[in-house]
Design a protein around this ligand. Structure first.
Ligand SMILES: [Zn+2]
Length: 61
């Protein structure tokens, strides 16, 4: 059960955000305060994300 009003720290901008408002990346296990910070993080981790996408979704014909 979730604790109400728990604060998390955004991986990108270090902002404190309530858990209810935050985004959680279950793969990288990091929190983001909003979609913009997630996109910044995705830019920084572009290679890993492409690799993971490829492993999960791309098959040789
Ligand atoms: Zn942020």
């Amino acid at each position: 059960m979730k604790v109400k009003n728990e604060l998390i720290t955004c991986e990108i901008c270090d902002a404190q955000t309530s858990l209810d408002d935050a985004l959680f990346d279950e793969q990288a296990e990091v929190y983001f305060c909003d979609n913009g910070c997630f996109e910044d993080w995705a830019d920084d981790n572009f290679h890993d994300i492409v690799e993971q996408y490829r492993e999960m979704h791309v098959y040789a014909g």
